[in-house]
Design a protein around this ligand. Structure first.
Ligand SMILES: Nc1ncnc2c1ncn2[C@@H]1O[C@H](COP(=O)(O)OP(=O)(O)OP(=O)(O)O)[C@@H](O)[C@H]1O
Length: 241
C-alpha cells in the first residue's frame, strides 16, 4: 500500500512538553484511519504536523513525496493546498458569506476555479443542495460540518485530516458525518485521518492508532467500539512507561 503522507522520527516540543516523541508512521492511500488517546497525548499535534500546518523540531514529514520540513512557508502552503484538506471541530466557516462562497473561497484564493461537476457531486452527496445560498448560522451543526467537509474536498486533496469532526454534533448529525466520511473512502478511494474521543466513531474507520505521551503505542485493525473503549480505559488506568 502506498503512503500519501509519511512521518519519520517526528519530534515536536512546546517548551518542556514533548507533544510528539519521534513518531514514524505511514498513512496509506484509500484508508480511513482514526487517532485516539487520552487528552494531551499528542493527537492534534500529530494531525497538524502531518498536514504541514506545524513544523516539527526534527524528523521528516513527506507529503506527495516532498519533505515539507525543508520547504519555505510559501512552498509549504502550495504543497498543502494541493494535497491536504483539513476539517476542524468548530467548522471554521465565515459567518458573513454564503455556504457556496465558503466552500469555494480557498480555491479561489489559490487562483483556481472549482470543478463544477465535482462540486455538484459533493454537495449532492452531503445533502446541501438546498443550502448553498444560506449563511452558516442558518444551517444545523451537522450541515455546517458537512459544508466544511465539502470545502476540504473540493480541491481533490490526497488526504483529508479531520480533528474531532463530530465532537460538536448531536448523535444523529455525528452519524451522518461519519457515514459521509466512510462513503468518501469506500466509494471514492479518499484517504481520511480523523482524531476522535468516541470509540463508536473510531469503529467506523479501518484502523485506529492509539496515542499516549506523544507516541503511537498501538495500531488496531478494524476494532469494535467495545474493544476500543476497553483499550482506552486500560490506558487511563495504567500510565505508560
Ligand atoms: N501551542 C501549544 N503551546 C503549548 N503547548 C501545547 C501547544 N499545543 C499543544 N501543546 C501541548 O502538547 C501536548 C499535546 O497536545 P495535543 O493538543 O496534541 O493533545 P491531544 O491529544 O490532541 O489532546 P486533546 O484530546 O485534549 O485535544 C499537550 O500537553 C499540550 O498541552
Amino acid at each position: 500500500m502506498s503512503a500519501v503522507v509519511s512521518l519519520e522520527r517526528v519530534r515536536k516540543t512546546y517548551g518542556e512538553v514533548t507533544a510528539l516523541d519521534h513518531v514514524s508512521l505511514d498513512f496509506p492511500r484509500g484508508r480511513f484511519v482514526a487517532v485516539m488517546g487520552p487528552s494531551g497525548s499528542g493527537k492534534t499535534t500529530l494531525l497538524q504536523c502531518a498536514a504541514g500546518l506545524e513544523p516539527p523540531d526534527s524528523g521528516q514529514v513527506l507529503i506527495g513525496g516532498a519533505d515539507v520540513t525543508r520547504l519555505s512557508e510559501t512552498k509549504r502552503t502550495e504543497l498543502r493546498r494541493k494535497h491536504i484538506g483539513f476539517v476542524f471541530q468548530s467548522y471554521n466557516l465565515l459567518p458573513t458569506v454564503s455556504i457556496e462562497d465558503n466552500i469555494t473561497l480557498p480555491l479561489r484564493l489559490a487562483g483556481r476555479r472549482p470543478d463544477r461537476a465535482w462540486l455538484d457531486e459533493l454537495v449532492g452527496r452531503m445533502g446541501l443542495r438546498e443550502r448553498l445560498r444560506h449563511r452558516p448560522a442558518e444551517l444545523s451543526g451537522g450541515q455546517q460540518q458537512r459544508a466544511a467537509i465539502v470545502r476540504a474536498l473540493v480541491a481533490r486533496p490526497d488526504v483529508v485530516f479531520a480533528d474531532e469532526p463530530t465532537g460538536a454534533l448531536d448523535l444523529r448529525n455525528a452519524i451522518r458525518v461519519l457515514d459521509v466520511l466512510r462513503g468518501l473512502v469506500d466509494e471514492l478511494g479518499q484517504t481520511v485521518v480523523m482524531v476522535t474521543h468516541d470509540p463508536a466513531a473510531a469503529a467506523r474507520a479501518h484502523d485506529t492508532l492509539v496515542m499516549a505521551d506523544g507516541k503511537v503505542i498501538d495500531t488496531l485493525a478494524a476494532p469494535t467500539a467495545d474493544e476500543l473503549a476497553v483499550r482506552l480505559a486500560h490506558l487511563a488506568a495504567e500510565p505508560v512507561a
